[in-house]
Design a protein around this ligand. Structure first.
Ligand code: KG4
Ligand code: ZN
Length: 341
């Protein structure tokens, strides 16, 4: 079973061909990050225009890399939501066109289902014990899901305000470090003192295992103002004071994420842990999550960075599972920026 998937929910134009939900035949990602860097974040209108320019070459390249033709595909999958509506529509129209012309079924995919399926795609030779507890951390989402069976996702907790990746991006922007913030903060925090500022995040305390990161962003802003810290002008020469600040910020984010994951794991007793989404690329989060998993005696599955950040291979993998469960869409399929999972 071969699926061509298209993903355009944010600022990556991506297409991939995956066989049986586990063998990646091609995986093409064209990132617009450099274009949006000058604005300090993704500009929706600009992103959708670039998707229109990129989509045909990206899909053609994914097909060429796979060595297969459209006739060999069993289904065409596409991210229906959540995401930026103008961006989603570009992928949707492309996938519909291919499905229509080649007479293939169209499979709608939830972007987060794609992130959750990424660890399964990344470990095709290992049986991931279920139920799994998945921490999905990206620029748009911070969620805890239970995965009782393949293709079933139960939302246990989510952020009340900013996503973890959004916090990274906003703090990086505040300090003149560009977009996306995660990778640069990750790099600058390495070897810095993470105890210089205490940014401890208060827990959301009303019974739900939710997250909150907007207070942290404000705490960083007040600290920067109080200490008169100027934004970075020379990225090659970032002052130690800022690196310590970033390390302290990162410690607060990682601690808050893993504290919740641990609590929920203790309460729900899953058989494995999954860590996925763009922020799962973070070196400290990966390292600390491995410690938590070892303490809990649970296997931890984390996709490699290329499958953690947005890509279409994960969408094809999720489509494989959804297709087997009967997911199909008509040509009236519409983008849903707030699609629930
Ligand atoms: O999953 P993703 O590619 O797109 C969304 O669905 O949002 O995640 C992008 C987010 C951005 O906020 C980016 O700053 C963050 O992932 N990110 C990281 C790292 N690499 C990417 N955050 C922390 N550390 C990283 N190494
Ligand atoms: Zn994503």
């Amino acid at each position: 079973m071969k699926i061509l998937a298209v993903e355009t929910s944010c600022d990556e134009t991506a297409a991939a061909v995956v066989e049986d939900g586990r063998r990646i035949l091609s995986n093409v990602v064209s990132s617009q990050a450099e274009i949006h860097a000058r604005y300090g974040g993704v500009v929706p209108e600009v992103a959708s225009r670039h998707h229109i320019e990129n989509i045909a070459p990206v899909v053609s390249r994914a097909m060429a890399d796979s060595g297969l033709g459209y006739a060999d595909m069993d289904a065409i999958a596409v991210t229906q939501g959540p995401g930026l509506v103008g961006c989603l529509l570009v992928g949707l129209q492309c996938a519909k066109g291919i499905a229509f012309v080649h007479g293939k079924p169209l499979v709608p995919v939830h972007h987060i289902a794609g992130h959750i399926e990424a660890p399964f795609l990344a470990h095709p030779d290992r049986e991931i014990p279920l139920p799994a507890l998945a921490l999905v951390v990206s620029g748009g989402h911070t969620n805890l899901f239970e995965v009782p069976r393949r293709g079933e996702y139960m939302l246990l907790g989510r952020t009340r305000d900013d996503a973890a990746g959004e916090a990274y991006d906003k703090v990086a922007k505040l300090l003149g470090l560009g977009y996306p913030g995660g990778p640069v903060v990750d790099r600058l925090a390495k070897g810095a003192n993470d105890r210089v500022v205490d940014f401890t995040i208060a827990k959301v305390k009303d019974g739900r295992p939710d997250f909150s990161f907007s207070g942290l962003k404000t705490a960083v802003l007040y600290h920067v103002r109080r200490e008169g810290i100027a934004p970075v002008t020379d990225p090659a020469n970032v002052p130690g004071e800022i690196r310590d600040l970033l390390a302290s910020f990162q410690r607060a984010v990682v601690t808050a994420l893993l504290r919740r994951m641990r609590e929920v794991a203790v309460a729900r007793r899953p058989a494995s842990l999954l860590l996925t989404g763009g922020v799962a690329a973070n070196s400290r989060l990966r390292a600390d999550a491995a410690v938590v998993a070892a303490e809990l005696g649970l296997p931890l599955f984390v996709p490699p960075i290329a499958l953690s950040t947005d890509n279409a291979a994960m969408i094809a993998a999720a489509a494989h599972v959804a297709f087997a469960r009967g997911a199909r869409a008509g040509f009236d399929l519409n983008a849903d920026p707030h699609l629930a999972l």
